[in-house]
Design a protein around this ligand. Structure first.
Ligand SMILES: [Zn+2]
Length: 346
């Protein structure tokens, strides 16, 4: 396998990869005000000295500061999602399908970045697409994992994480409930169990040397430009059935692209649950809904640009996606032909 993916996500351990390379890249590449997930997690769960905290952010445990911060700008308390609908925090279910979907309203959908994520999403010319997709998958999992940690952190008072068997007895996103195959049958399992299984499954995939090879391929140059040596697959939907497939020249398995789709689909479901069940508590309450939005916009940009998650799968979040498309937070280049249209027009 060529050097790019190996260099950024070699088996020195994902944890190291997750915390080392991205934030500098982000600021260097497009000058975004981004964040380090480790820092922001401190801000989420433990108070601390997160220098990236918004002025309005409340430090400390989310459940100890349930009063909503006033959003930046002009929103007044009368606009607060907590008024008129104030679900209990640790006891009863948070999966009220009829609860107002504040996160589908533009005024509650801010981002703390300018521009969009096209630069971080588009495959550089000298990097083979398979390697780039592997890099994108690892990166998207890193971001999602940081958001999931927010609902998984055990509350010191209740001894339970925010997302627990009581609050989230099923893996739901509004009226939709995702099931897990148990003994060949679709079973409704709790959201924390579902998310835990998804995370373990994704990590096992990323560490699987067949799916994410990190050994160099024999006989190949130590540099990149492999996609210029072999004809790149032009259509993601047909490439796996032909002699050529995405990632072939870098040593990825024939099913690699489909596996990426499977991983991204499960990641999307986690985002859907984060919004539908936990947007208000904790993300709104601790004024970090903008970071959730940022991770989600980045995720959807990659998903659409490389056709990794179907439009139908994205339906539970469609109103918010439509807002981000309208704002061009999800860039126009990610829609329609995405990567392949960009390649053919280049
Ligand atoms: Zn939950």
């Amino acid at each position: 396998m060529a050097t790019f993916f190996q260099s950024v996500c070699g088996k020195i351990g994902l944890q190291a990869t997750f915390t080392q390379y991205l934030p500098p890249n982000l600021t260097e590449i497009i000058g975004l005000t981004y964040f380090c997930l480790d820092d922001s997690r401190q801000g989420f769960g433990r108070g601390g000295n997160n220098k990236n905290n918004n002025n309005n952010a409340k430090n400390g445990s989310p459940t100890q500061t349930p009063a909503p911060p006033t959003p930046q700008g002009s929103a007044s308390l009368s606009n607060s999602p907590t008024l008129g609908s104030n679900p209990s925090i640790d006891g009863s279910s948070v999966n009220d399908a009829d609860a107002p979907k504040y996160f589908f309203q533009e005024k509650y959908a801010p981002l703390n970045v300018r521009g969009n994520f096209l630069t971080l999403c588009a495959c550089p010319k000298n990097v083979e697409l398979g390697e780039w997709l592997a890099h994108q998958i690892v990166e998207q999992y890193r971001l999602l994992h940081g958001m999931l940690q927010v609902i998984q952190e055990v509350n010191g008072v209740t001894g339970l994480p925010l997302c627990n068997e009581t609050t989230c007895p099923t893996m739901s996103a509004g009226r939709l409930t995702y099931t897990w195959l148990v003994d060949g049958r679709a079973a409704k399992i709790s959201a924390p169990k579902f998310i835990n299984r998804v995370e373990k499954w994704i990590v096992s995939k990323i560490h699987d040397p067949v799916m994410f090879p990190t050994d160099k391929m024999n006989g190949l140059p130590d540099t990149f430009a492999l996609n210029e040596v072999t004809a790149p697959a032009s259509n993601p939907n047909t490439n796996a059935s032909s002699e050529d497939w995405i990632g072939k020249s870098s040593g990825f398995h024939q099913t690699f692209y489909k596996d990426c789709q499977g991983i991204m689909k499960q990641m999307f479901r986690c985002y859907a649950h984060l919004y539908h069940a936990h947007w208000l508590n904790p993300f709104w309450h601790i004024n970090k809904h903008d970071i959730l939005n940022m991770c989600f916009v980045h995720f959807v940009t990659v998903a659409k640009y490389y056709k990794l998650v179907s439009d139908k799968e994205m339906e539970p979040m469609q109103p918010l996606i439509d807002i981000f498309i309208k704002q061009q937070r999800i860039p126009p280049e990610a829609l329609g032909g995405g990567h392949w249209a960009q390649q053919s027009s280049a």
